[in-house]
Unconditional design. Structure first.
Length: 162
């Protein structure tokens, strides 16, 4: 069995994970800000990563993961959901998409009147909601109220799935 190395681009040190651990476990060990809106069930985009190398060292995507990946606006051929991809071999290198996911408009209300430093992304689809450098206005936040509803629905759905 043993352990396998996972490196996250932008961090200093690889993480050693046991056989069949999830890529998500590497992100959590590195204390990366991962929202996990669906609780690790493979229903949202908030643990989306790009596999830069070592794809052959990962489990195959499940049907649920494939379905969720098809919804992603920022999907690439190397996209995986870190909660679903299991490490079964050595030398995996991943990167995390640029941007920040948020659960509700309350998360960014404190930024009203400021410009965003990073893209703000929809937690289910990964779609760009507010581009980096854009001014956040009260009217823009009210337009994002649907995102809060989406997250509540997602959490309710994920609780019913094993």
């Amino acid at each position: 069995m043993g352990t396998h190395s996972v490196r996250v681009i932008g961090t200093n040190k690889p993480v050693e994970l046991p056989q069949s651990a999830r890529l998500l476990d590497a992100l959590l060990r590195l204390r990366m800000p991962i929202l996990m809106a669906c609780g690790g069930k493979g229903l949202c985009a908030t643990c989306h990563v790009y596999v830069e190398s070592g794809t052959e060292s990962l489990s195959s995507p499940t049907p649920r993961e494939q379905s969720s990946l098809r919804m992603l606006a920022n999907r690439k051929s190397c996209s995986r959901l870190s909660c679903q991809a299991k490490v079964n071999g050595p030398d995996v290198v991943i990167s995390v998409p640029e941007g920040r996911y948020f659960e509700s408009s309350k998360d960014i209300e404190i930024l009203i009147g400021r410009r965003t430093e990073v893209d703000i992304l929809h937690p289910v689809t990964g779609a760009l909601l507010i581009a980096a450098g854009m001014l956040i206005s009260r009217s823009r936040i009210s337009q994002l109220a649907q995102v809060t509803i989406d997250i509540d629905e997602l959490r309710a759905r994920s609780e019913s799935i094993q």
